[in-house]
Design a protein around this ligand. Structure first.
Ligand SMILES: [Zn+2]
Length: 282
C-alpha cells in the first residue's frame, strides 16, 4: 500500500540487526517525551488559522531534497515521516538535516514500517511499542532528530494504538478512507487523517482544491500525504509518487487561498505545560 512495501520484506531484519549492534555499543536511550518537546522548535500558536499540512511518507530522501526549491518557492513547510531510518546513508541524513533547517519537520513512520494493528493484535501492544516505536525514536535521536509526530504505516490504526502512541508523540497521522477530503479542526483531536495526493491514487485535483477551499472558509486545516516526488506521469498502479506538475498545482492553489503551511506537530494545540507534563516510562 505504500512504496516501501516491497523493500520492507527484507529491510526489517537488516534494520533490527543494525540497531541491535548500535544498542550493544551505546548506553540505552530512555524515552522521555518532555525531552522531545524541549528542543522541537515548532511554533504552537497557529490555532484558528486556515492551513494545509503536506506530508511525505517512507524513505525517499533524495526525491524530497530535490523538491527543496519548489518548497521554497511557495514557502512550504512539509512533514517528512521517515521509516527504516537506521538504513539511511549519511548523505541522506545530511539532507534531512538541511530540510529540517529549511523549516520542515522530520517525523517518525515506524522502525520497519510494521502494520500497527496487525502487529499488536498478534504480539501485544507492549511488544509493538518495543519493536517498532522505541527503536524508531532511538535511531532518529542517535542522529540528532527529535520526532514528535508519527504516521501510521498503511494508515493502520485504531483507538487502542492511538492511546498507546499518544504517550510518545504530540500528533498521530492516519489516512482517510476512500480518499475523501478531510479537515483537521483545531483542538478537537491529535489524530490527523490525510488524503493522498500521489498521482497513482487518482484523487481528482478539483476534489483536493475543494477541500482546501473549505479549509480556507472554515479556518481549518487540510491534511495531505504522498510518498515520492518525481518528474513524469506517476500514474501507474503501485507507483507511489506525486509528479511535480500536480504538486505545484496544489501548492499554487494553497497559496491563492492564502492557506498557511503547517507541520504536523504544530497542530498540537495543548498548552506547553500540559504537553511537557507527560512523562513516559520506557
Ligand atoms: Zn509508508
Amino acid at each position: 500500500m505504500t512504496s516501501s512495501g516491497k523493500k520492507n520484506s527484507i529491510l526489517p531484519v537488516l534494520c533490527t540487526a543494525l540497531l541491535l549492534s548500535f544498542t550493544l555499543m551505546a548506553p540505552s536511550c530512555e524515552i522521555k517525551i518532555n525531552e522531545v518537546e524541549d528542543n522541537s522548535g515548532y511554533n504552537f500558536n497557529y490555532q484558528g488559522r486556515a492551513g494545509v499540512v503536506i506530508s511525505w511518507d517512507d524513505s525517499s530522501v533524495d526525491d524530497w531534497y530535490k523538491a527543496r526549491d519548489l518548497f521554497k518557492k511557495y514557502n512550504v513547510r512539509c512533514t517528512f515521516f521517515v521509516t527504516n531510518f537506521c538504513l539511511l546513508s549519511e548523505d541522506e541524513i545530511s539532507k534531512l538535516r538541511e530540510l529540517q533547517k529549511d523549516g520542515h519537520e522530520i517525523a517518525c513512520h515506524g522502525f520497519s514500517h510494521k502494520d500497527a494493528v496487525l502487529y499488536y493484535v498478534e504480539n501485544g501492544m507492549d511488544r509493538y511499542v518495543l519493536d517498532e516505536i522505541k527503536p524508531a525514536i532511538d535511531s532518529m535521536r542517535a542522529k540528532g532528530f527529535s520526532p514528535s509526530s508519527f504516521a501510521y504505516p498503511f494508515g493502520s490504526r485504531n483507538s487502542e494504538t492511538d492511546e498507546a502512541l499518544l504517550k510518545y508523540f504530540r500528533v498521530l497521522r492516519g489516512i482517510v478512507s476512500g480518499n475523501k477530503g478531510n479537515l483537521y479542526c483545531w483542538g478537537r483531536t491529535r489524530i490527523l487523517l490525510a488524503t493522498a495526493i500521489d498521482d497513482s491514487y487518482h484523487v481528482p485535483l478539483d476534489s483536493i482544491y475543494s477541500t482546501m477551499e473549505t479549509a480556507s472558509e472554515s479556518k481549518e486545516v487540510a491534511v495531505f500525504y504522498g510518498h515520492r516526488i518525481e518528474e513524469g506521469t506517476g500514474t501507474s498502479p503501485g507507483n507511489y509518487a506525486t509528479t511535480y506538475g500536480r504538486l505545484e498545482a496544489i501548492l499554487k492553489k494553497a497559496s491563492q487561498l492564502k492557506l498557511e503551511f503547517f507541520t504536523a506537530s504544530e497542530l498540537d494545540v495543548r498548552n506547553e505545560a500540559s504537553a511537557y507534563s507527560r512523562n513516559v516510562k520506557p
